[in-house]
Design a protein around this ligand. Structure first.
Ligand SMILES: Nc1ncnc2c1ncn2[C@@H]1O[C@H](COP(=O)(O)OP(=O)(O)OP(=O)(O)O)[C@@H](O)[C@H]1O
Ligand SMILES: [Mg+2]
Length: 414
């Protein structure tokens, strides 16, 4: 079976490290998780990320390099340890094999040879704990480019609708409120996971989550705003990977900005559920966000649009909105102020507090489309008169610059 193979690369020589990273990234079905020149870092990252393989360039490492090979092979039996070097004496190859290396890559990298090594790594991974390595839950980021559109409400209810182990991650680092929506009191948060990432095992990871129901756990936002400052984009990726190994589904409630931490979550999510309301401001800022996603290189199939607070009294034509956005809407969630406010005040998601309401039925439909792969498009229930609004939009030249979001633009300009 072909899998996505993950690699950590160790090399003391910056140019060779770059060359190895590029060659691996160019290869279909591989991703490089960490590139480092520090053997200790490689050891701790391997412990945390459990990659398919670690490649160690022995140049400048000498005997300690072979010791590291031995240590990695003993500690991480499901990870293939591969040596690499420009020096290819039979003695060095033999010593690396004796230390436990599965393979040897001659530098400079030859693509055919690399393909063979990757093929063999794939076989190794298939033979070693295939079940554990195959598990990589799906990750859905719920996002909107404007506040108050219903991201937290939709993320929470989608999580509650899952019938297999699901974790809800609150990425609103300064002002998370999912604990209120779920009616729980977290003792720990994302900040604890990040602080203790060097010694995280399954048991410790689980202890930092707050169980809400049989299937749903919450990874709360930092309980103190100041601890959010230490959270970096790479931590988000690492935490997402850890959670995906334990849970079938990871749903992330993201902030409405394109800061580096949010982009890291969006980058690594399988899908982005983009929430908007049918107000001109929200529609226009959704289009800007879609443009940013394009520039970040996200394929459009990664994005799913959902209209929240829909009402038949809104006089906008669905087709025109879709044409303006250049994207179909996959679902509509009815506006139900009473049910929404009660649900939040009670700390009971709509699926519990109003299970038979229309708004819950809409959320069930969206969950089925997203998670069960049912048909992709949705038609809003029709209303009689629809106002043409193209003229309103035509006045506005949409540009990403006025987002004023340096991180996104830096990335997008790559
Ligand atoms: N379908 C709906 N019908 C009526 N009210 C809704 C609906 N969805 C959300 N709301 C209300 O809109 C408000 C914002 O919802 P929510 O907190 O989920 O949005 P958000 O995008 O996460 O906002 P924030 O910017 O605060 O993160 C809440 O008061 C919620 O009750
Ligand atoms: Mg929110």
């Amino acid at each position: 079976m072909k899998r996505n193979l993950t690699f950590i690369v160790l090399c003391k020589d910056a140019a060779e490290l770059k060359e190895m990273g590029r060659a691996l990234n160019n290869h279909a079905g591989t991703s490089v998780l960490v590139m480092s020149d520090d053997p200790e870092q490689v050891f701790t990252e391997t412990a945390r990320l459990r990659p398919s393989a670690v490649i160690i360039n022995l140049v400048h490492l000498g005997e300690p390099g072979l010791k590291l090979v031995q240590r990695l092979c003993t500690e991480f039996t499901n990870t293939a340890v591969i040596c690499a070097s420009r020096e290819t004496s039979p003695e060095l190859i033999l010593r690396s094999m004796r230390a436990g290396a599965r393979d040897f890559i001659r530098l400079p990298i030859n693509d055919d040879e690399l393909s063979t090594v990757i093929e063999r790594t794939n076989e190794f991974v298939s033979d070693h704990a295939p079940d554990e390595l195959a598990k990589r839950g799906r990750a859905i980021a719920v996002f909107s480019s404007k506040g108050g559109c219903g991201v937290s409400l939709i993320a929470t209810n989608l999580a509650m609708l899952q019938t297999t182990p699901t974790v809800l991650m609150d990425l609103n680092l300064q002002s998370g409120d999912l604990e209120l929506m779920l009616g729980v009191r977290p003792k720990f948060s994302l900040a604890d996971i990040v602080d203790n990432r060097d010694r995280l095992d399954d048991a410790l990871l689980t202890s930092y989550l707050t169980q809400r129901s049989k299937n749903v756990s919450l990874l709360a936002a930092p309980l103190k705003a100041e601890s959010a400052e230490d959270i970096e984009p790479r931590h988000i990726y690492e935490v997402m990977e850890l959670l995906r190994r334990r849970f079938d589904t990871l749903i992330i409630d993201t902030p409405h900005s394109f800061d580096a931490v949010t982009i890291s979550a969006l980058d690594h999510a399988d899908q982005i559920l983009m929430v908007l309301t049918l107000e001109i401001h929200a529609i226009r800022s959704t289009r800007r966000a879609l443009e940013i996603f394009d520039r970040l290189g996200y394929p459009r199939k990664k994005i799913r649009l959902v209209v929240n607070r829909w009402s038949k009294n809104i006089e906008l034509d669905q087709k025109q909105v879709e044409d303006f956005l250049g994207e179909r809407v996959v679902g509509f969630v009815q506006s139900d102020y009473r049910a929404a406010v009660n649900s939040i005040n009670l700390g009971q998601p709509l699926v519990e507090s109003a299970p038979t309401s229309k708004v819950t039925a809409d959320l069930r439909n969206i969950s089925a489309k997203l998670f069960d792969g049912k048909s992709e498009q949705s038609a809003a229930p029709t209303s009689e008169t629809k106002r043409s609004f193209n003229s309103i939009f035509r006045r506005q030249q949409v540009s990403v610059e006025d987002f004023g979001l340096t991180a996104a633009l830096d990335r997008a300009n790559l």
